[in-house]
Design a protein around this ligand. Structure first.
Ligand SMILES: Cc1cc2nc3c(=O)[nH]c(=O)nc-3n(C[C@H](O)[C@H](O)[C@H](O)COP(=O)(O)OP(=O)(O)OC[C@H]3O[C@@H](n4cnc5c(N)ncnc54)[C@H](O)[C@@H]3O)c2cc1C
Length: 506
C-alpha cells in the first residue's frame, strides 16, 4: 500500500433520517432483524443495504442450502427461518427438502429420497433432517414482500453503504453512510451491525478479532457459479459408475481453479451451483476480493469445457447459467462479545439464562443436537446500543465455523431485532435490556423455541434428554473426559481437512 496520506477536510454531514432501530446490512441476519423488530412493535425501523436486494450471501452469493433445522423428530430452528420454507413452498420450483413433519424418520427409503439435499439427512445414524435448497431469485422477491408487508414500520434504503458509527463516548448514536446522494447520517436509538464483517463494530471501540490467515473454514472466499442444461441426478449416478473419469474431472477442475470446488444440487434437477473454497482470502481486503472475482471468472469457459470433455454424455448440452452477483464469504472480522462461544458449548452442553436461539449447528461432536446461543454473543463489549448478529457473532476460531451458518444468522438476527425493539420501548440500553421479555416475545409470538421458557413445549427438552443431548459420540466422550472441549476436540473442519479449509463441506 502507498505510504502517502491525505487530510480530508472537516465537513458538515446532513442528517438523512432518524429512527429507533437502524439495521445496517440486509443479509439473512439483517433482514431478519428488521422484520423481527417491526413485528415486536417498533414502528420506526430503517434497513440499510449496500446492494439493491436483501439476502447477502444467500441470494447474492448463491449459497442455496439451508441445513439441519431439526434434531431427531423436533424442529428447534423455527421462527423466520421456518417462515422462509413455508413461504417459498407455495412457489413452484422455489424450494426443495423434507418438511418439518418428516424430521427424525429413519426409513431407509425416505433417507435415500432426500440424500441429495445437503443438510436434509444425517448419517450415522441415518435419519431425515428438516433442511432445504432454495431459489435465490424467489427468496430475493420474498424478502422484499416481507419488508413491504411491514412498510408502515420499516423504511428500506438500498444502495446505501454504512461507513462509520456515530459515537458519543461509548454510546452508538447512529451511522454515517455513502450513497449516490453523497455522505449522510442516520441517527438511531439502537444500531444493529449486520454487515457480516463487523464493519461498524470495528470502528466503534468494541473489541473484534479475525479468522483470516488462520486455518479455519471461515478464512476463505468463494465466487459461486451455476451450470444448467444437464441432470444433476444423472451426474450423481455417473460419479458412482465412472469413478476413474470422475477423479480425472475433479483433478482437471482443481488444476484450472487452483482451489477445490463442489457441485451441489439446487431446488431443481436441471441447474446446480458450484460451491468453492478459496483458502486464506480475506473478503475485507480489496486485493483478495478482486482476485476472487477475476480469478474465478477467467477460467469458467475452460471449466465448462472440462465437464463436457470428461462426462460428455452428461454435459453435452450444459451451459454456464450464471455467476453470483457478489463474492461469497464465510467470515472475516467478528466481535469479541460479552460471551465467546467455544466447543465447550457443544460438549457439556452449556445452559445460558440469556439464550436467544436454540440451534442445531451441523456439528458432529454432539450429533447435531441444538446448543444454546446466548444474547451476550451478539452483544459487543465496551459499547452501548450496538448489536452484532450474523456471521460476525462472538465465537472462537473453532466454534465460528459452526455458528456462521444461515440458520444461526437468521436466528441471531431475529433475536437482535426483538432485543432492539424491547430496549427502545422500555428506554433501556442493549446492556440493560430485559432479556426475559425478549425471550418471551421470541418464544411466544415469534415461533422461536427456547429452553426453559413457558411458551415452549416441554417436548423439545424431553427430546434432548431422551437422546442424551447427542453426547453419545466418541468425540463428545473424549472431550468431556478432558474437561475442556476446545483443548481436546479439534473442530471437524480442521481435523478432517488436516488444516486445509478447502477440505470441509460447507
Ligand atoms: C460459498 C459459501 C458456502 C456456504 N455454505 C453454507 C451452507 O451450505 N449452509 C449454510 O447455512 N451456510 C453456508 N455458508 C455461510 C452462510 O452463507 C453465511 O455465513 C451467511 O449467509 C451470512 O449471513 P449474514 O447475514 O451474517 O451476512 P451476509 O450474508 O454477508 O450479509 C451481510 C449483508 O450486509 C451488506 N453489507 C455489508 N457491509 C455493508 C455496509 N458497510 N453497509 C451496508 N450494507 C453492508 C451486504 O451486502 C450483505 O447483504 C456459506 C458461505 C459461502 C460464502
Amino acid at each position: 500500500m502507498n505510504a502517502k496520506t491525505y487530510l480530508e477536510p472537516e465537513t458538515l454531514v446532513p442528517v438523512y433520517d432518524e429512527c429507533d432501530v437502524l439495521v445496517v446490512g440486509g443479509g439473512s441476519a439483517g433482514h431478519s432483524a428488521a422484520v423481527a423488530a417491526a413485528r415486536a412493535g417498533c414502528k420506526n425501523v430503517i434497513l440499510m443495504e449496500r446492494y439493491g436486494y436483501c439476502g447477502g450471501d444467500v441470494t447474492g452469493g448463491y449459497v442455496l442450502l439451508i441445513p439441519s433445522l431439526s434434531f431427531h423428530e423436533k424442529t428447534y430452528v423455527r421462527g423466520i427461518q421456518e417462515e422462509w420454507y413455508t413461504r417459498l413452498s407455495k412457489i413452484p420450483g422455489a424450494v426443495r427438502g423434507p418438511d418439518a413433519s418428516l424430521a427424525g424418520i429413519t426409513d431407509p427409503e425416505e433417507v435415500r429420497k432426500w440424500a441429495d439435499v445437503g443438510g436434509a439427512t444425517h448419517i450415522p445414524p441415518a435419519r431425515v433432517e428438516h433442511g432445504f435448497m432454495l431459489d435465490p431469485t424467489q427468496l430475493k422477491i420474498e424478502m422484499d414482500i416481507m419488508l413491504d408487508e411491514l412498510k408502515d414500520s420499516i423504511r428500506v434504503l438500498y444502495h446505501s453503504w454504512g461507513v462509520k458509527p456515530i459515537m458519543e463516548g461509548n454510546v452508538c448514536k447512529g451511522v454515517l453512510f455513502e450513497s449516490k446522494e453523497g455522505r449522510k447520517a442516520i441517527l438511531a436509538k439502537v444500531v444493529i451491525d449486520a454487515t457480516g464483517d463487523a464493519d461498524l463494530c470495528r470502528l466503534s471501540g468494541a473489541p473484534t478479532s479475525s479468522a483470516i490467515d488462520d486455518d479455519c473454514r471461515c478464512s476463505s472466499t468463494a465466487l459461486v457459479y451455476r451450470i444448467g442444461g444437464f441432470s444433476k441426478n444423472a451426474y450423481n449416478a455417473w460419479n458412482f459408475s465412472h469413478r476413474e473419469e470422475a477423479q480425472k474431472l475433479s483433478e482437471a477442475l482443481y488444476k484450472l481453479h487452483g482451489f477445490r470446488t463442489g457441485m451441489i444440487t439446487g431446488p431443481t434437477d436441471d441447474v446446480s451451483w458450484v460451491n468453492n473454497w478459496q483458502p486464506k482470502r480475506d473478503c475485507s481486503k480489496i486485493a483478495d476480493q478482486t482476485a476472487t472475482e477475476m480469478g474465478t471468472r477467467l477460467v469458467l469457459r475452460q471449466v465448462l469445457e472440462a465437464y463436457k470433455t470428461y462426462a460428455p454424455e452428461i454435459f453435452k448440452d450444459a451451459f454456464l447459467y450464471d455467476v453470483a452477483p457478489q463474492l461469497g464469504t464465510r467470515g472475516s472480522h467478528r466481535i469479541v462479545g460479552e460471551y465467546v462461544i467455544s466447543s465447550n458449548d457443544w460438549a457439556f452442553p452449556v445452559e445460558h439464562e440469556d439464550c436467544i436461539a436454540w440451534h442445531c449447528t451441523v456439528d458432529t461432536l454432539n450429533d447435531n443436537a441444538p446448543i444454546e446461543i446466548p444474547y451476550r454473543s451478539i452483544l459487543p463489549q465496551k459499547v452501548e446500543n450496538l448489536l452484532a448478529p450474523g456471521r460476525h457473532i462472538s465465537a472462537d476460531r473453532i466454534a465460528i465455523d459452526n455458528v456462521n451458518l444461515i440458520p444461526q444468522c437468521v436466528g441471531t438476527g431475529q433475536a437482535a431485532g426483538v432485543a432492539a425493539a424491547v430496549a427502545v420501548a422500555d428506554g433501556s440500553s442493549t446492556h440493560t435490556v430485559n432479556v426475559a421479555k425478549v425471550q418471551d416475545i421470541l418464544a411466544g409470538e415469534q415461533d422461536v423455541p427456547l429452553p426453559r421458557n413457558a411458551h415452549t413445549d416441554k417436548s423439545y427438552t424431553e427430546c434432548l434428554v431422551e437422546h442424551e443431548y447427542g453426547l453419545y459420540t466418541p468425540a463428545a466422550k473424549a472431550a468431556r473426559a478432558s474437561g475442556d472441549a476446545a483443548g481436546s476436540y479439534r473442530h471437524w473442519t480442521l481435523s478432517k481437512g488436516a488444516g486445509d479449509p478447502s477440505k470441509s463441506g460447507k
